[in-house]
Design a protein around this ligand. Structure first.
Ligand SMILES: [Zn+2]
Length: 458
């Protein structure tokens, strides 16, 4: 069994080496951005896969600076510009949006990667897929929608509709698959409840979530699964990288599509490479459909990411099929627990246990404790009974304080909810985080990626 896995890994590595070599030859000659980077690192000829660890990392800030310095398109383009047929933009939640250009071939590559997500989730040509995103420059909507269509599904765009109208489309068309951010999945459930609609008995059989950490958080997953009466799947991708993470289908974790992406895993503080954890390191039992937490570490796992957890690292990816605008050794900012190949589903690929746990660039430090918004979010979901919340991070005289406003679900005792949340923050983070109760319906609801944390500087 182990030998067989090792042989499959070897063949995978050989395919990656071949693809990387062919890409590097074109990129080294024709792509000004990477040619300059690689030459500065001493590579006068195209690097091979064996050279990868000696190539410089690529960061989002660097790509943004390149687009500023080389307007209007930047220099990470391998082909003459008339070969490109699409441009999309990052959401710009961390700075200026990046613009990303695709050729017909690289766009098709992106869709093929998305198909792996549909396969992992068990979606087939008979499915009717409702994509509950706006119709904007965000790449996630377009790729999910077009990939569903290519799979032979009935694809339904859900842009420019109110949540109530979306619920109507789901009912009228008999949608079987919902694609949405986890935040918006929860919002659909909330509005359905207000309207007296029980989505657990709707036609939805599967939900697929991406765009933000959350679908891998056990409490969120459970809420979505119960609310929709559906199987809940995680997906991960990024405008500049492609759709790199697809659900296992057997266990509750996110495989990395290594046919198309080379994976590295880094210690965030030292920048040193980390070795994937053994397959036994999974906090979730991959043989069960439901997430099961084990042992003392499970509590920390359920709480999401904490910088003190030594098993968390940042994912670094190189894509192999987007030659027109590639990323090589890209620091994704996605933080999680990478496990070595050996999943019971039989795929020979590595996976993130519990999906993406956090975004590296969202972290803030409160009285010496490193806190990710996704940790706070996971704890709020664990307590449950919260319709919406808003966190304010205040910097005052070099002190950082967090305050939370929470809108209870109808019928929840506000005082009890406040005490339970404060108590959990104290126990898990050793922080006193004051919780204020907000009036019903007073806090902003989100359609795409939630933006619940605001930073206030004097
Ligand atoms: Zn698997």
């Amino acid at each position: 069994m182990r030998d067989r896995l090792a042989r499959r890994r070897q063949r995978l590595r050989a395919r990656q080496a071949d693809r990387f070599g062919r890409m590097a030859e074109q990129v080294h000659v024709h792509n000004p951005f990477y040619r300059a980077k690689w030459q500065a690192a001493g590579f006068d000829s195209p690097p091979t896969l064996d050279d990868l660890e000696n190539l410089p990392f690529t960061t989002k800030a660097e790509l943004a600076a390149d687009q500023d310095a080389n307007p209007p398109r930047g220099s990470n383009l391998t082909f003459p510009f008339d070969r490109y047929v699409r441009v999309h933009r990052t959401s710009g939640t961390t700075g200026k949006p990046l613009r990303w250009f695709d050729t017909p071939a690289s766009w098709q590559w992106f869709l093929d990667c998305w198909l792996e997500t549909y396969r992992g989730a068990g979606v087939g040509p008979d499915d009717r897929v409702f994509v509950a995103f706006g119709f904007g420059p965000f790449v996630g909507f377009w790729t999910a929608f077009e990939a569903a269509q290519q799979l032979g599904c009935l694809a339904m765009p859900g842009g420019h509709l109110s949540t109530e109208q979306r619920l109507n489309v789901i009912r009228e068309e008999g949608a079987t698959v919902l694609v949405a951010t986890p935040t918006y999945g929860l919002r659909l459930l909330e509005v359905a409840r207000q309207l007296g609609v029980d989505l657990a008995v709707s036609s939805i059989e599967r939900t697929i979530h991406g765009g933000e950490p959350g679908a891998g958080v056990p409490a969120v997953k459970r809420q979505l699964a119960e609310g929709f009466g559906a199987r809940v799947f995680d997906h991960a991708g990024a405008t500049e990288v492609g759709a790199w993470g697809h659900p296992c289908g057997v266990g509750e974790h996110l495989h990395i599509f290594e046919e198309e992406f080379i994976v590295e895993w880094l210690d965030r503080t030292t920048g040193e490479p980390l070795q994937p954890l053994g397959p036994g390191a999974s906090e979730t039992d991959p043989t069960l459909g439901e997430l099961v937490e084990h042992g003392p570490r499970a509590r920390a796992g359920a709480a999401g990411a904490s910088e003190t957890d030594p098993t968390l690292g940042e994912l670094v990816l190189t894509n192999l099929g987007r030659i027109g605008s590639p990323v090589v050794r890209y620091r994704t900012g996605d933080v999680g627990r990478l496990c070595a190949a050996g999943c019971p589903c039989g795929r020979p690929t590595v996976y993130l246990d519990g999906g993406v746990r956090a975004r590296a660039d969202d972290m803030f430090i409160v009285r010496g404790v490193n806190v990710y918004p996704s940790s706070i979010d996971a704890m709020i979901r664990e307590v449950g009974g919260v319709a919406e919340y808003r966190a304010t991070v205040r910097e005052r005289r070099q002190m950082v304080e967090v305050e939370l406003e929470v809108e209870p679900e109808p019928g929840r005792a506000a005082g009890v909810l406040r005490l339970r949340l404060q108590d959990l923050f104290q126990r898990r983070l050793s922080l006193r985080i004051p919780v204020r109760i907000a009036a019903t319906g007073s806090l902003t609801r989100y359609e795409l990626k939630a933006n619940r944390f605001t930073l206030e500087r004097p």
